[in-house]
Design a protein around this ligand. Structure first.
Ligand code: NAG
Ligand code: NAG
Ligand code: NAG
Ligand code: NAG
Ligand code: NAG
Ligand code: NAG
Ligand code: NAG
Ligand code: NAG
Ligand code: NAG
Ligand code: NAG
Length: 647
């Protein structure tokens, strides 16, 4: 049976009410599984192990392994699972410890893959994996059905339809997605980083004859996949039960201590945990000596204002983890959400542990005005290389509503590298009032301007110039009938937009370390002292003759900010061409040609990487323009109120 959307929404609260507990206890008692009753009392069984885990974390601190084995209860629901094998439910994660040399066994029973009553082999439980009843099978040929939607929620101990032995029935194979992630791994005893802790492995069997696949099973009898950076994904086409195991290798006790802990889940919809090895997902906007700004790609490519608003209202969907590039805290678990949560030295999430040192929010800043999620980190070390790892979690609302949803384990993207600057005379400014697209490092001097004063200084400078331009533009026949206008295709609005874009890029220089070796960047202000008072040696100054190197673009920068020597990422030439194209010729804008000496002091051409500056430019711009996760579909479905509760 399948839920209608309405039913599934109603079922969600129902499944977590005490009535469910009662039901579960009835099931347990009826089946005579005494040991599972111990799970009652103060510990409450909820299908959402994540919540339980969180509760345990609160009580015992986050570094403790999951100490409580609730498997007894799960196993009791599935009597057929042989001893030592844990039955898993569709899209419900299970967390386990595994000691060196040990193997943990699981089964995804055919009944959860194909549904209980597909008499005619028809698949009644496709897609969302929703089931509206708990089934416990006894002795293989009897099914007890507990209907959670029945009148008065009464337990209908249905004399079940005689269920023919499942493995003998002919079925169309169905794809089963198995995924697991390492949440904890053995830790180095003496900080010897030359060797990483070994990875655990997944073994899968679809044969009733091999119910406990493992390292000792002959190769022909099982599929094998080692975890990669703490994650594994494997899909099989099943026509019956799927047996699988997670096995830990032996550990070098001289170097490592502790066991492994992992999350495992199985699904008929899609991989519960997922990782992306090709796309980084993160764009590195800019950094200074202690801070960095990164952003996702556009979260949508449609300009539909309703969808844009919906995404903005939904709040952040991603978290970002940071480790230093040569750091070893996250080595071995970089594809694992729970592993990164455990070991990453820094992360930016909504209400995360790093307060205002790591923040994230949605913005429409950048070309196109489409929603994207930004991450700001402070307290970074100067002249360091970091790895940023983006992870999709879904919005807070989605997480609350659909904890056991398809794909609930999230998606990890390939790490993105970013660096901090060496000197402190370039500082990131953001949230400017007028130049509201400006967000990068600018020439700075802590002794004279705080960062917010600095932002105001540049913003005011641009606003002043713009006022002057507006007066000039007012002289042009903007409001005239079409045939008297300066152009049939452009009007004064287009001109004003192009001018603002150009002005903010030209007047607010994008700053890089003087020590940068990137030859696209123009050396400025060589003859001034750094904010710390040191001057470049004369021998270095003499390498940069000519006035373009002696001064900044605007005299007020040298006089008031006094940043000392820096390099400027010049504005892109097309900003100038855009301006000329969009504005009336009576304003007499013109651009220098690349052959002219003046060109090299004013603009730069676009190339690979960050060669020139424009609103929204980033250091690593390659890749597609939209960040798409395989979850988008589910996310949108959730927003539309289509439930996907699976138990
Ligand atoms: C299966 O059911 C049949 C009749 O309903 C019964 O005779 C038989 O003993 C059952 N088999 C097992 C293994 O319980
Ligand atoms: C390992 O390094 C950490 C800090 O990096 C230090 O606190 C700890 O004492 C070191 N442990 C050993 C055994 O050297
Ligand atoms: C670290 O471990 C490797 C491999 O076991 C060993 O060769 C090396 O000497 C160790 N280094 C230190 C500093 O203990
Ligand atoms: C499962 O079957 C589908 C189509 O029948 C096929 O495309 C896919 O490769 C199969 N997957 C595996 C893991 O065998
Ligand atoms: C920036 O200002 C313009 C109007 O001047 C507005 O259309 C745009 O939405 C603003 N962008 C952001 C990110 O606030
Ligand atoms: C002053 O700052 C410059 C540029 O950041 C740096 O190269 C230089 O070493 C600093 N001098 C001192 C004395 O700290
Ligand atoms: C200028 O043209 C754009 C379309 O290119 C239009 O949306 C806008 O309303 C026009 N502005 C004025 C002042 O006519
Ligand atoms: C550099 O500045 C000093 C004074 O600070 C001045 O005497 C000198 O002429 C300047 N050099 C150049 C090349 O402008
Ligand atoms: C401008 O710079 C480019 C390299 O960046 C160089 O090839 C070219 O000769 C320069 N042009 C002038 C006029 O200096
Ligand atoms: C976002 O979309 C806009 C408009 O399509 C595009 O110009 C921009 O490059 C996209 N942003 C990224 C980071 O790809």
């Amino acid at each position: 049976m399948q839920f209608s959307p309405l039913q599934s929404r109603l079922a969600a609260p129902l499944l977590t009410t005490p009535r469910l507990l009662l039901l579960l206890h009835l099931v347990v008692l009826f089946l005579g599984s005494a040991q599972a009753v111990e799970a009652s009392g103060s510990r409450i069984y909820s299908p959402n192990k994540g919540e339980l885990h969180d509760a345990i974390n609160k009580e015992y601190g986050p570094r403790l392994p999951y100490p409580f084995d609730l498997a007894g209860l799960d196993a009791s629901l599935i009597k057929r699972a042989p001893p030592g094998i844990t039955g898993l439910l569709n899209n419900v994660r299970e967390n386990r410890n595994v000691r060196p040399g040990e193997t943990q066994h699981f089964v995804f029973e055919a009944i959860h893959i194909f549904g209980a009553d597909d008499e005619d082999g028809e698949n009644t439980n496709d897609g969302d994996g929703a089931t509206d009843s708990i089934q416990a099978r006894d002795h293989g040929n009897e099914t007890l059905v507990y209907d959670l939607n029945g009148p008065d929620d009464k337990v209908r101990l249905g004399k079940p339809k005689p269920a023919p032995s499942l493995q003998r029935r002919q079925r169309n194979p169905k794809t089963v997605y198995i995924s697991a992630t390492t949440c904890m791994q053995p830790q180095r005893k003496n900080n010897n980083t030359s060797v990483d802790p070994p990875q655990i492995s997944l073994f899968v069997s679809t044969s009733e004859d091999i119910q406990k696949p493992g390292p000792d099973t002959p190769r022909s009898g099982r599929l094998f996949e080692a975890f990669d950076e703490g994650a594994v994904k494997l899909s099989v086409n099943a026509s019956g039960d799927v047996f699988f195991s997670i096995s830990a290798p032996m550990r070098n006790d001289e170097m490592f201590e502790g066991d492994w802990n992992f999350d495992v889940a199985v699904s008929t919809d899609m991989f519960f945990h997922s990782y992306e090895v090709t796309s980084g997902g993160l764009l590195w906007v800019d950094s200074d000596s202690s801070a960095a700004v990164l952003t996702t790609r556009n979260l949508t490519d449609t300009y539909d204002p309703e969808e844009v608003q919906q995404i903005m209202d939904g709040g952040p969907q991603y978290v970002m983890f940071v480790d230093s590039e040569d750091g070893w805290a996250t080595r071995g678990i970089r594809h694992s959400m729970c592993g990164l949560s455990q070991y990453a030295p820094m992360s930016a999430k909504v209400a995360g542990p790093f307060g205002d040192k790591a923040t994230t929010f949605l913005t429409t800043r950048g070309p196109g005005g489409l929603p994207k999620q930004q991450f700001h980190f402070t307290n970074l070390d100067p002249k360091s290389t970091y790895l940023g790892i983006l992870a999709y979690t879904g919005t807070e609302t989605l997480k609350r509503q659909l904890s056991n949803r398809a794909g609930g384990g999230g998606q990890i993207f390939q790490a993105t590298q970013f660096e901090t600057k060496e000197g402190d005379n370039c500082k990131i400014i953001t949230n400017l009032d007028f130049c509201n697209e400006t967000e990068y490092a600018v020439p700075a001097n802590d002794n004279r301007f705080t960062v917010s004063q600095l932002a105001q200084f540049y913003d005011e400078m641009a606003r002043d110039k713009y006022r002057y331009f507006e007066r000039q533009l007012a002289q042009v026949a903007c409001e005239a009938p079409q045939e008297q206008r300066y152009s049939l295709v452009r009007n004064c609005t287009d001109c004003a937009v192009a001018y603002k874009k150009w002005l903010c890029s030209v007047l607010i220089p994008r700053c890089e370390d003087f020590s940068s070796e990137n030859t696209f960047y123009l050396v400025r202000n060589v003859n001034q002292s750094f904010p710390n008072g040191t001057r470049l040696p004369d021998s270095v100054i003499s390498q940069f003759p000519g006035s373009k190197h002696q001064h900044s673009r605007h005299a007020r920068i040298d006089e008031e900010v006094q940043p000392g020597p820096y390099r400027e990422v010049l504005p892109c030439e097309d900003l100038c061409y855009d301006l000329v194209r969009n504005c009336p010729s009576s304003l007499q804008f013109s651009c220098p040609r690349p052959q002219q000496a003046m060109f090299n002091a004013s603009y730069q051409v676009r190339g690979s990487g960050l060669t020139c500056n424009f609103p929204g430019s980033v250091h690593n711009p390659s890749g597609s323009s939209v960040l798409s996760t395989s979850w988008t579909l589910f996310y949108m479905a959730a927003l539309a109120g289509i439930g996907m509760i699976s138990l």
